[in-house]
Design a protein around this ligand. Structure first.
Ligand code: ATP
Ligand code: MG
Length: 418
């Protein structure tokens, strides 16, 4: 069965209001195993709403209307649905009584306009709305010999959401085969989306019953595997199988297969090995420390560090020799290595991590008089035995360069701790 959502309301055709109801309904429908094939936003116009309803009834098995069930002139969903279905509307006595009672309970007299909220599509059942005056409607009917489920829901999200979950989901579930969902997410740092996909696609394409989605965040790619089966065990077996194969193909690029963030993985690996960490951040200005300290329990492994933005603080806080800074410039392999070693010694941490670079937008004339290009980043990791360093060049604005730099530093640390 496929569904279509029609969101009624001229305000959602302006830049000021968004149709969030359809997102909510889509999420809930998907969880039941129903795909949303179309959604339409229609202004408060009877002809337009009727047209949209006709089209939806032609192409979808489940048609859900959101909004336009209020008492005012521009609330036209009932009329449009009736016209599209070729059905009459009748004023339901019970629904009307319930509305009078609702107003009476609030010591109010019901305005006459509200009565039209009790108009039901012929054959529809009332979905009682505990949070508002307009009841929802559920109609199980046929159009040109095809079975259609038509649902009318009030627009305010606080009314629509409980009404859908409490009244519609049990009715829908009766119509649908039992299905259980399993999901697995692989997270990959700093690999281009196209490269991830070229390695993963040949594998996940063989799993026709698993839905694969690739999501690109700024410096992270996520592969989502979703599978629905009659039992949870079957669904899990499928997503686990595809995830394991893809993880093999991507090798160590996958930093997490269970939802953990990169910083969580780094902290866990430090802890498993009984190591502590300190950082000396220049270009990232604390972004790395921020990410690490956002994790509960990070104090067990992350000692802290210094934001060494100016050359002289690199010397003061991390013992980087002034002569070295003059000779190589602050954004250099030599100074970054010295920073990593220095912060390690100063703090007594097992590992010192240092990062320098040019965030941009302009290039930098460094302390040694040399031009250093925007986006250039040095990262060094010192463990007392040796100091490794990496040079990277990131494209984009300051925000992007700094985000990627922090991500790269954490990912290098993760690799070192494998
Ligand atoms: P009412 O009795 O409040 O008039 P209604 O069923 O007629 O209810 P609308 O008039 O369409 O619903 O919308 C009422 C309010 O609900 C809107 O002002 C808006 O804030 C919210 N709303 C309506 N549709 C949506 C939607 N699709 N997504 C998010 N919010 C919505
Ligand atoms: Mg309204």
């Amino acid at each position: 069965m496929i569904a279509e959502i029609i969101a009624a309301g001229s305000e959602m055709l302006t830049p000021h209001r968004q149709d969030t109801n359809s997102l909510y309904l889509t999420e809930r429908l998907n969880a039941l195993g129903v795909a949303v094939a179309f959604k339409t936003i229609v202004g408060d116009n009877l002809q337009h709403l009727t047209d949209a309803a006709r089209i939806a009834l032609h192409r979808a098995d489940i048609v859900i209307f959101s909004g336009g069930l209020g008492p005012t002139e521009d609330d036209l969903t009932r009329e449009a649905a009736a016209a599209a279905l070729g059905l009459g509307l009748h004023r339901d006595a019970d629904a009307l009584t319930a509305m009078y009672k609702r107003f009476a309970a609030r010591r109010m007299t019901m305005p006459p306009n509200n009565a039209k909220q009790a108009d039901l599509l012929a054959g529809a059942v009332v979905l009682e709305n505990k949070n508002g005056s307009a009841p929802g409607q559920w109609l199980d009917t046929t159009v040109n010999g095809h079975r259609k489920i038509v649902i009318l829901l009030p627009g305010p999200p606080k009314e629509l959401m409980p009404l859908f979950v409490e009244a519609c989901e049990p009715l829908l579930a009766r119509e649908l085969p039992e299905r259980h969902f399993a999901k697995r997410i692989l997270r990959i740092a700093l690999m281009p989306e196209s490269k991830v996909d070229s390695l993963a696609a040949p594998i996940y394409k063989k799993f026709a019953d698993v839905e694969t989605t690739i999501l690109a965040h700024s410096s992270e790619i996520q592969l989502h595997f979703l599978c629905a089966k009659p039992t949870l065990a079957e669904a899990h077996a499928r997503v686990d199988a595809v995830a394991a194969k893809v993880e093999d193909a991507l090798d160590e690029a996958v930093f997490s297969n269970n939802g953990q963030t990169l910083e969580e993985v780094v902290l866990l690996r430090l802890e498993m090995r009984g190591l502590t960490l300190a950082t000396a951040e220049s270009i990232t200005g604390g972004l790395i420390s921020q990410r690490l300290t956002s994790i509960a329990g990070s104090s067990r492994t992350f000692l802290g560090g210094a934001i060494v933005y100016s050359p002289w603080l690199k010397t003061k806080f991390a013992d980087v020799p002034e002569a070295l800074i003059r000779k190589h410039g602050t954004v250099s392999e030599a100074v970054t290595k010295a920073l990593a070693e220095g912060i390690r010694k100063q703090t007594g941490a097992s590992i010192g991590l240092a990062i320098t670079g040019v965030a941009g937008p302009g290039d930098l004339t460094d302390t040694n008089g040399k031009e250093k290009p925007a986006g250039g980043v040095y990262i060094a990791i010192a463990d007392g035995r040796s100091t490794e360093s990496t040079h990277k060049k990131f494209a984009g604005d300051r925000e992007r360069v700094r985000t990627f730099a922090a991500q790269q530093a954490l990912d290098l640390l993760r690799h070192k701790l494998i």
